[in-house]
Design a protein around this ligand. Structure first.
Ligand code: ZN
Length: 365
């Protein structure tokens, strides 16, 4: 949908294999537009898939969207690029995806039974039917809808993002762990954060959450977690290089091989670097006021509850406010710039124990 006369945007979609033959994987990147590591990973992955295709080794249905957000890529303000939120609606590009679980459940309530395969087929058909019937109301709604239409019936849906300064980490539905442990090990993730509902309807939950929401609503029916959907955080936004991207693309390629989408020997699974921890065990340490953020811990550091993570320097008085972790675990991400303001997430620490203050919307806005 064009947002204004004389403009038109497009996404590029690469397809390998054939629909209905083997498992289906969908990979997209750049949904937040200011997160570029995945755009390079996709090009390295495309080269590997081209080789596999030329050798007749694609055994599944693989879709790649190498930049998922042309709206966000075009947003400049005062000479600087601004992703994450859409200028028009001020909405986060990775929130507000349509929640299909409720209408699918309403439509199929008397047809879901003990046959898991039949249920998967019914649910996917209904999801496709619902998405085909939605008329988008804005350009950004249309973008969300097209990405859902490409992915909603996939067995694997990987959304490649990054944080500010960060180590490799994943967001997953609780039902997908430990099933997705091979993905985490291949990517050498240092944190895996699980939630049943993280709040805000991000893409990965809109696609994958259908399954565990329906399984909860219809406990007598056999409804598997039929889509391994994950948000993959490819480190920090400055970690853009061919070296990192080629290694990450090779890891994703091995994952697709291990899952039967490519006829290629993935070799032994690398040793996992972490276990999953609940997203409500992640302490998001926010700045209580403005000032200059001075970190005392690097991304990737292991910290204990009570440890000093950073200080906010008050430039008027020289006073320093300590920011302390309430979780014990890995500090997997921290703010990428030093100008603190109230509410800015300064650092994220993945702890194994749910924290009392972590309720409601569990993701940063
Ligand atoms: Zn992102």
């Amino acid at each position: 949908m064009s947002s204004s006369p004389g403009t038109a945007r497009q996404i590029t979609v690469h397809r390998y294999g054939s629909p209905g033959r083997g498992p289906k994987a969908y990979l997209q990147t750049g949904l937040h537009a200011d997160e570029l590591p995945g755009l390079v990973v996709m090009q390295h992955l495309l080269a590997l898939l081209d080789q596999a295709a030329a050798a007749g080794r694609i055994t599944g249905d693989i879709i790649l969207v190498p930049y998922a957000n042309p709206i966000g890529l075009s947003q400049y303000l005062f000479g600087k690029h601004a992703g994450r939120y859409e200028f028009d609606s001020l909405g986060n590009f990775n929130r507000l995806y349509p929640d299909l679980a409720a209408p699918i459940g309403d439509a199929l309530s008397d047809r879901l039974g003990p046959d898991a395969g039949a249920n998967v087929a019914l649910i996917r058909a209904e999801a496709n039917r619902l998405l085909a019937a939605i008329n988008p109301r804005s350009e950004v709604d249309h973008l969300r809808l097209e990405l859902m239409r490409l992915s909603v019936d996939a067995d694997y849906a990987l959304d490649l993002h990054c944080d500010d300064e960060a180590v490799m980490h994943l967001y997953l539905g609780t039902a997908l762990w430990p099933g997705a442990a091979d993905l985490a090990a291949e990517l050498q993730a240092q944190a895996v954060l699980t939630a049943e509902v993280s709040g805000g309807e991000p893409f990965d939950e809109a696609v994958g959450g259908i399954w565990w929401q329906l399984a909860k609503r219809f406990p007598k029916a056999a409804i598997p977690a039929a889509c391994l959907s994950a948000t993959v955080e490819l480190r920090g936004d400055r970690d853009v290089s061919d070296d990192l991207a080629s290694a990450d693309a090779a890891a994703l390629f091995r994952f697709l091989g291990r899952r039967g989408l490519i006829d290629a020997d993935p070799g032994p699974l690398p040793k996992a670097l972490c276990a999953a921890t609940p997203l409500d065990g992640t302490d998001i340490i926010e700045c209580p006021h403005g000032g200059v953020l001075l970190f005392k811990q690097a991304a990737g550091a292991t910290v204990a509850a009570g440890d000093l993570v950073a200080e906010i320097l008050n430039p008027a008085t020289g006073a320093r406010t300590p920011l302390v972790s309430r979780a014990s675990g890995i500090l997997f991400a921290r703010a990428g710039h030093a100008l603190a303001r109230p509410g800015l997430p300064a650092a994220k620490v993945a702890g194994p124990v749910p924290l009392p203050h972590r309720t409601g919307r569990l993701l940063t806005q």
